[in-house]
Design a protein around this ligand. Structure first.
Ligand code: HEC
Ligand code: HEC
Ligand code: HEC
Ligand code: HEC
Length: 203
């Protein structure tokens, strides 16, 4: 009798589709659809943000200093750069607001000398600011490897890329290139656990 019962159950499982209310979600998409992973690129990388000198027409908007975005080549392009590179500019600390707290790297270990609107690698190849991650990877191999494995830098979107696309952060979303140390966070109170008594009950 019990043998007969077992056979009946086996037949039922193999043959019939799951009832509607037991469905677990949409059909698995086919394995050959693989949505892309894209890396976020912050806007306006390598642009100088400045305010106009007070008193200049249009220097303030509603009493607030107006911010202007200046491309590097405004001053470092062609004729201007020749003047700057020849050292005719008295102010050697022109970018005084840029404070580099990154090992003891000089400016030109990252910025290209003759093409100031670009970065450069150790082999002399220059690259656009938008390709900044190639620059970081050059000196931080282990972190870049971890990033590629998904263990550093976080991600958003779909884990299963057959279902949808994934987005990843850029190194410079989290690390300011001039001062890349990840800021310390303010420690919060420990989670309150009523049973383990980590926080005394106050009422
Ligand atoms: C308003 C004009 C101006 C703009 C815009 C400007 N710079 Fe400069 N920059 C200067 C001057 C002036 C110096 C100092 C020149 C010197 O050291 O002889 C300088 C120096 C530098 C240096 C230091 C060079 C060295 O030898 O150490 C770097 C790097 C640099 N600029 C990068 C940039 C980048 C990148 C941008 C765009 C994001 C930029 N600058 C935009 C005027 C400018
Ligand atoms: C580790 C590499 C690195 C070093 C060293 C470095 N920079 Fe940069 N710098 C960058 C990158 C990458 C950007 C683009 C990021 C952005 O615009 O936010 C940038 C942006 C800038 C900008 C435009 C944005 C801003 O912050 O004003 C200026 C100006 C600049 N650098 C000047 C300098 C000067 C001057 C030095 C040396 C005192 C220097 N940098 C050292 C990598 C570097
Ligand atoms: C030319 C080599 C070089 C490049 C390019 C470079 N770094 Fe660094 N980085 C260093 C050195 C050297 C240190 C300091 C290591 C130390 O002090 O132990 C450092 C330190 C760091 C640290 C740790 C800072 C701290 O104080 O904890 C971070 C984060 C970092 N870099 C991120 C970046 C990012 C992001 C980029 C790309 C924008 C980048 N680095 C590009 C050489 C480089
Ligand atoms: C989502 C934010 C995020 C992104 C994106 C990110 N990092 Fe980090 N990074 C961190 C945090 C958080 C730490 C740990 C800071 C700590 O322990 O104090 C860190 C630490 C580091 C350090 C110091 C390592 C050490 O042990 O002290 C380096 C170097 C570094 N990151 C490089 C990179 C590079 C290169 C990229 C891009 C490939 C990148 N990071 C992308 C958040 C990020």
């Amino acid at each position: 009798m019990s043998l007969l019962f077992g056979v009946t159950v086996a037949v039922a499982c193999a043959g019939e589709p799951l009832p509607e209310d037991r469905a677990f979600g949409p059909e698995r998409p086919s394995a050959d659809v693989n949505h892309p992973t894209s890396i976020h690129t912050p806007e306006g990388l390598g642009r100088l943000r400045a305010t106009l000198p007070a008193g200049l027409p249009g220097a303030t908007v509603n009493g607030e200093p107006k911010e202007v975005v200046v491309p590097c080549l405004t001053c470092h392009g062609n004729a201007a750069s020749i003047a700057i590179r020849a050292g005719t500019t008295p102010d050697k600390r022109f970018h005084a607001n840029v404070e580099v707290v990154h090992g003891n790297l000089p400016c030109l270990s990252c910025h290209a000398d003759r093409e100031r609107d670009r970065l450069h690698l150790a082999n002399g190849d220059t690259l656009a600011f938008d390709d900044v991650m190639t620059l970081c990877a050059q000196c931080h191999g282990p972190q870049f490897r971890d990033y590629q494995h998904g263990a550093h830098g976080g991600m958003n979107g779909y884990w299963d890329r057959r279902r949808g696309a994934r987005t990843r952060n850029n190194c410079v979303d989290c690390h300011q290139p001039h001062a890349p140390a990840y800021r310390a966070v303010v420690p919060a109170f420990p989670p309150r656990d009523r049973y383990l008594g980590t926080t005394p009950e106050t009422h």
